[in-house]
Design a protein around this ligand. Structure first.
Ligand SMILES: C[S@@+](CC[C@H](N)C(=O)[O-])C[C@H]1O[C@@H](n2cnc3c(N)ncnc32)[C@H](O)[C@@H]1O
Length: 207
C-alpha cells in the first residue's frame, strides 16, 4: 500500500514512543504480560484495530514498512484509545531477527503485496524462507493466517515447501468471513463488495 507522502508522519511517529516502537525491548511489560499477535504489512490498521478491540487481552504488534501508511495507522489507533497495540515502522526482513525470543500466538498476513511478475516472486512475503522465519516466532501450536484476493499469490503460497516447520491446517479458495474470529480491512471490504473471492491459508507450527 502506497499513498501520498505524508510530511507529518515521521514527526508524529517519533512523538508517540508509547505507541510506536523504534526497536524491540523483550523485557518491555507489553511483551511479557499477555498473549501476543503480529500483523505483517498492517497497512492503515483497520484489521489490527478491530482485532485488538475484539481480543482486549491479546497484545498486538502491527508492522508496516511504509512511513506514511504507518503514520495513518498510528493516528487511528491513538484516536480510538486502544492500548493493546504497538506499531513499528519497519520491514519484516530487517527486523525479524530482533523479534527472536518473542512468541506470537498468531501471525496475520492480510492482502500482502502480490508481486505478480515471476521475476519478482522472491519479494513475496510468503516465500518458504520467510514463512520459516515466521514459524520461529510462533508459540507451540501458533498459527500463520493468510488472506489474499490474488490468485497468483495464493497458488504460490500453496506451493511453498515448509512442511518441516508448518502444517497447513486450512486452505479455502472462497473463504467465508467469520465475524467471530476475524476482522475485515479496507482492502477486504472493497474486494468483497466487487464480488471477488477471498482465499485463505492457515499454517500451524509443527512442534
Ligand atoms: C496491499 S497492502 C495491505 C494492507 C493491509 N494488510 C490491508 O489488508 O488493508 C500491503 C502492505 O504491506 C506492507 N508491506 C509489504 N511488505 C512488507 C514487509 N516486508 N514488512 C512490513 N510491511 C510490508 C506494504 O507497505 C503495504 O502497506
Amino acid at each position: 500500500m502506497r499513498g501520498r507522502y505524508k510530511k507529518w508522519a515521521k514527526p508524529y511517529l517519533e512523538e508517540h514512543p508509547d505507541l510506536v516502537l523504534s526497536s524491540i525491548q523483550k523485557e518491555d511489560p507489553f511483551f511479557q504480560a499477555a498473549p501476543l499477535a503480529l500483523e505483517i504489512g498492517a497497512g492503515k490498521g483497520d484489521f489490527v484495530l478491530q482485532m485488538a478491540q475484539k481480543y482486549p487481552e491479546t497484545h498486538f504488534l502491527a508492522l508496516e514498512r511504509d512511513l506514511s501508511v504507518c503514520g495513518i495507522m498510528a493516528k487511528k489507533i491513538e484516536a480510538a484509545e486502544v492500548t493493546n497495540i504497538r506499531v513499528m515502522n519497519a520491514d519484516f526482513d530487517r527486523v525479524h531477527d530482533s523479534f527472536q525470543g518473542l512468541k506470537f500466538q498468531t501471525i496475520y498476513l492480510n492482502f500482502s503485496d502480490p508481486w505478480p511478475k515471476k521475476r519478482h516472486e522472491k519479494r513475496r512475503l510468503t516465500t518458504a524462507d520467510r514463512l520459516e522465519k515466521m514459524a520461529k516466532l510462533l508459540t507451540e501450536n501458533g498459527e500463520i493466517r493468510i488472506k489474499t484476493d490474488n490468485d497468483i499469490l495464493y497458488a504460490f503460497t500453496l506451493e511453498q515447501k515448509v512442511d518441516k516447520v508448518l502444517t497447513m491446517v486450512d486452505h479455502q479458495d472462497q473463504y467465508v468471513f467469520d465475524e467471530s474470529t476475524d476482522a475485515m480491512s479496507e482492502y477486504e471490504r472493497n474486494f468483497r463488495s466487487q464480488g471477488k473471492a477471498i482465499h485463505r491459508i492457515v499454517y500451524r507450527k509443527i512442534q
